[in-house]
Design a protein around this ligand. Structure first.
Ligand code: SF4
Length: 372
C-alpha cells in the first residue's frame, strides 16, 4: 500500500460551492473525532507509506493542541518516504501551526487560494482575503516549507478574463512549486446550486469557460508550468505523488468520516457525518463502510477515466501487466473512433488525450464504458 488519506471534516466557514464532507467546526466534538480517527488509523495493516495526505474540510481549522495530537500520532505510527501533504487555508496558517507541521515532517502544503479578487472571495464565502494569501506564503517561505501547491479556481461568478490574467501575474511573482486550477462545478446541495435554481446567480456559459481554460493552460505553460493532469501543473519533480496514486488507479487507504479508499478490487466509503463516524468507532471499534467490489471491466474503465486525466495518459505496458491483454485489442473500435476524431493520441507507448480531446473529456471517457 503506497498511500494514506486522512480526512479532517471541519471548517471555520462553509464555502458557497462546497459539497465535500465538512461541517462548521464551532460546537463540534473535534476531540472525540480525533480519538475515533486515531482508532481507525491504529487499525490499518500498513505502517510505511510513500505518501500521506491530510485533507478536508480544513486540517488547519484544528487548534494547535489538536493538530499536535494528530501529528504526533502519525509520526509515531507511520513512516512516509516521499510526500506528506497538509491542506491549509491562507488565514489559518499561523507561525505556531506551521512550526508544528514542519517539526512533525510535513513537507508539502496545499494552499486554498482560489482567487486573488476580494469580491469573488466574498461571493465564495472564503474566510481569507487577498492580504492573507501573501502573509501565508511569506510564513511558508520563512519556515522553509517552500513546496506548496497554490489551489485556484476559474469560471467563478463575476470573474472576467482580467482576473485570470491577475492570477497568472501573481503566479509569476510568487512562483509556487505546483498549481491546481479547477473550474467551478455547481454541485447539488450547495448554496450556489440553490441560488442558480432561484435565478439569483448566473454562471458563464461553456464557451466562456473553455476560453478561460485555454488561457489558464497557455499562461501557465508560458510561465514554465507543464500541465501533467487536466487541472494540475508542475515540473516533474513537484507533481503531486499522492494525487498520482489516484490517477494511476493504485490502491490507497482513506480514513475519517466520509473518506474513501481503494483496496484489492474494492472501493469503500466510510460512514458520515461526524457523529455517525464517532459512534461507529466507539461502539464497534471499527468504521462502518459501504464497500463496492469492482468487476474487471469496471476496473479497466476506471483505469481509462483516471489515466486519461494525466497528460502522459495510459501506459500500454502497464495496462497489459495489470489486465493480461493489450489495450489495442480490448478497445480496438473505441480507439479507432477516437483517433479519427483526433481526440486521442497513440504513440505506441501511451494512449493520451489531444488538446481537442481535453476540451471534450467527458465524451471521450464515456467511449470507454463497456459495463453499462
Ligand atoms: S474550506 Fe474547503 S472544505 Fe471547507 S467549506 Fe470551503 S471548500 Fe469546503
Amino acid at each position: 500500500m503506497k498511500s494514506l488519506y486522512i480526512h479532517i471534516p471541519f471548517c471555520n466557514r462553509i464555502c458557497t460551492y462546497c459539497d465535500f464532507t465538512k461541517v462548521l467546526i464551532k460546537n463540534q466534538p473535534v476531540d472525540e473525532y480525533i480519538d475515533a480517527l486515531i482508532m481507525e488509523l491504529e487499525s490499518l495493516e500498513h505502517k510505511n507509506f510513500e505518501t500521506i495526505y491530510v485533507g478536508g474540510g480544513t486540517p488547519t481549522a484544528l487548534s494547535p493542541k489538536q493538530l499536535e495530537r494528530l501529528l504526533s500520532f502519525i509520526a509515531e505510527r507511520f513512516t512516509v518516504s516521499t510526500e506528506y501533504t497538509f491542506e491549509a487555508n491562507p488565514d489559518e496558517v499561523t507561525t505556531e501551526k506551521l512550526d508544528l507541521l514542519k517539526n512533525y515532517g510535513v513537507n508539502r502544503v496545499s494552499l486554498g487560494v482560489q482567487s486573488f479578487n476580494d469580491e469573488i472571495l466574498k461571493v465564495l464565502n472564503r474566510s481569507h482575503n487577498f492580504d492573507d494569501i501573501f502573509k501565508s506564503i511569506n510564513h511558508l517561505e520563512k519556515i522553509g516549507l517552500t513546496n506548496y501547491s497554490m489551489d485556484l479556481m476559474y469560471n467563478l461568478p463575476g470573474e472576467t478574463m482580467n482576473d485570470i490574467e491577475t492570477s497568472l501575474k501573481y503566479v509569476e511573482q510568487l512562483k509556487p512549486k505546483h498549481i491546481s486550477w479547477y473550474s467551478l462545478i455547481i454541485e447539488p446541495h450547495t448554496v450556489f446550486y440553490n441560488q442558480i435554481k432561484k435565478g439569483a446567480l448566473k454562471i458563464a456559459d461553456d464557451n466562456v469557460e473553455a476560453e478561460k481554460y485555454e488561457r489558464v493552460m497557455e499562461g501557465l505553460g508560458e510561465l514554465g508550468y507543464p500541465q501533467y493532469e487536466i487541472s494540475n501543473f508542475a515540473t516533474s519533480e513537484f507533481e503531486s505523488a499522492h494525487n498520482k496514486t489516484y490517477w494511476l488507479n493504485e490502491h490507497y487507504y482513506g480514513t475519517g468520516a466520509g473518506a474513501h479508499g481503494y483496496v484489492g478490487n474494492q472501493r469503500y466509503y466510510n460512514i458520515k457525518p461526524v457523529p455517525h463516524y464517532i459512534k461507529s468507532m466507539n461502539e464497534n471499534n471499527t468504521v462502518v463502510k459501504e464497500t463496492i467490489s469492482l468487476t474487471e471491466v469496471e476496473q479497466i474503465e476506471e483505469e481509462m477515466f483516471l489515466g486519461l486525466r494525466m497528460t502522459e495518459g495510459v501506459l500500454k505496458e502497464r495496462f497489459k501487466d495489470r489486465y493480461g491483454m493489450s489495450i489495442d485489442e480490448y478497445y480496438k473500435d473505441e480507439l479507432n473512433y477516437l483517433k479519427d476524431k483526433k481526440w486521442i493520441r497513440d504513440d505506441g507507448i501511451n494512449v493520451s488525450l489531444t488538446e481537442g480531446g481535453r476540451m471534450v473529456g467527458n465524451e471521450v471517457f464515456m467511449s470507454f464504458l463497456k459495463s453499462t
